[in-house]
Design a protein around this ligand. Structure first.
Ligand code: UD1
Length: 435
């Protein structure tokens, strides 16, 4: 596994450009495959998850590549295969979006169950129920979800619990269904809105995205188009916390401050100073962060994807904070933070963090994407050197995190290992070279 060596203690300073949102890029690349003709997508982050979804769609017959201006071209006209490969789908839960795509485009999908992951059990039962409501016959055979419908038919669907993935998958499927689909208790995340805007620019009829009722009037065909996706609010939040934990001063460029409201409020409560313009956030931290309590919630609540990074900052805060995680089982990073001297007790869905004066460098392992980010942040503040293994998990969702941190003054070194080379060989394609 590749490693990061981080020598902590340098306050981060300077300007950093936030990349496009991974969680928008993934469904939008899939949505581009619903169309006839080429889409050209801008602001797509070149991270491993984007690469994985592109590989899956290429295997199904689409043509996808980055040009020299870093725009992603998607030509779906040759997409005629309905069975997605286990090897790629198992890497990433969002691969399951191809089920909605294949049902809408080919009327048939065979996609491996994404299975469990480091965040605990993450079922797809809401997705499957939704496809059934649209008239698909759905079964699970030999680890594959098999879904079939000669024509999907619009329907009224209540999603049991606000679910980003279910909302997106059903939007994809319903956009070319016959008649109207109403999604109730839909997710309101900015990435859902971004997908709706893109689908509409292709000729779809999606209304209400950003509220908890989304109406999709199915259309017969969609056309490829040019589109620039929103920037990544989770990456932006990660840099805000990086600033707080190191006592730095940063200007985040290419951000949508409105998408970060709850994060900005919590950072301010922790004592960070924040100024916004339309597309930048200036953040500075002159004192040790204050302890803050928080609870994760669907948007516009505090994002679960920033729970771990924020907890890293709380581990050196003045006072004790209580963090409640309501979406996923996301406390596996705690043992690693303890190795660095953090004082954290976990009781079911709640972590009680007593801020210590100083963390110390240690050998630690990233257990998932955001846990890895939390360890990187802790390492930036820690005394001495931290060695973080499992860095490819961080690369799944952050575009060149180590490079960006170095540009801001951090002492970060990447140690690639043989396995990374093996992955490159396995996945070797012009796309990977662009990463
Ligand atoms: C997406 C994001 C992820 C983020 C999460 C919550 C992407 C690629 N990933 O994940 O970064 O942390 O939203 O904001 O956009 N659930 C079920 N059955 C289902 C579907 C979901 O029980 O069929 C549960 C999940 O286990 C979880 C909750 O619903 O407890 C919300 O999950 P969901 O919003 O679907 O998360 P993802 O789309 O997987």
């Amino acid at each position: 596994m590749a490693k990061l060596l981080i020598r902590g203690g340098t306050p981060l300073k300077g300007n950093v450009r936030i990349s496009g949102a991974k969680n928008s890029a993934l469904p939008i690349i899939v949505a581009a495959c619903l169309a006839d003709g080429e889409s050209v997508l801008e602001n797509i982050p070149r991270d491993i998850d984007v690469y994985t979804i592109s590989m899956i769609l290429q295997e199904l017959g689409a043509e996808i590549w980055f040009d020299e201006q870093k725009r992603l071209h998607v030509i779906p006209d040759g997409l005629d295969r309905y069975q997605a490969s286990y090897d790629l789908v198992r890497r990433m839960r969002a691969s399951f979006y191809v089920t909605g795509l294949l049902l809408a485009r080919l009327g048939k999908a065979e996609v491996p169950l994404p299975g469990g992951c480091a965040l605990g059990s993450r079922p797809v039962d809401y997705h499957l129920k939704g496809f059934q409501s649209l008239g698909a016959a759905v079964s699970i055979e030999h680890g594959f979800v098999k879904a079939e419908a000669s024509k999907l038919v619009g329907s009224k669907i209540y999603i049991n619990r606000s679910s980003v993935g279910t909302t997106i998958n059903l939007m994809l499927a319903a956009s070319r269904a016959q008649g109207s689909t109403i999604l109730e208790n839909a997710a309101k995340e900015p990435e859902v809105v971004d997908l709706a805007i893109y689908l509409n620019s292709m000729g779809a009829r999606v209304r209400g995205a950003g509220t908890d009722v989304i109406r999709i009037d199915g259309v017969d065909s969609l056309r490829g188009t040019e589109y620039g996706i929103i920037s990544d609010r989770i990456e932006a939040g990660t840099f805000m916390v990086a600033c707080g934990i190191t006592g730095g001063e940063l200007v985040l460029e290419n951000v949508v401050p409105e998408h970060l409201r709850s994060t900005i409020l919590k950072c301010e409560e922790a004592g960070l100073e924040i100024e916004e313009t339309v597309d930048t956030i200036r953040v500075s931290s002159k004192h040790r962060p204050q302890a803050v309590d928080l609870e994760t919630a669907p948007y516009p609540g505090f994002p679960t994807d920033l729970q771990q990074p924020f907890a890293a900052m709380m581990s050196i805060a003045d006072g004790a904070s209580i963090i409640r995680e309501t979406i996923f089982d996301r406390f596996r990073y705690v043992d690693e933070l303890r190795r660095m001297g953090a004082d954290i007790r976990v009781d079911r869905d709640t972590a009680i963090i007593r801020g210590v004066m100083e963390l110390t460098g240690a050998q630690v392992e990233a257990t998932d994407l955001r846990a890895g980010a939390a360890l990187v942040l802790a390492a930036l503040a820690a005394k001495g050197e931290t060695e973080i293994s499992g860095v490819e998990l961080v690369d799944r969702g952050y575009e060149h995190l180590d490079v960006k941190l170095r540009q801001l003054g951090a002492d970060v070194q990447r140690i690639p290992e043989q396995e990374e080379d093996a992955l490159q060989e396995h996945l070797g394609s012009p796309l990977l070279e662009m990463l």
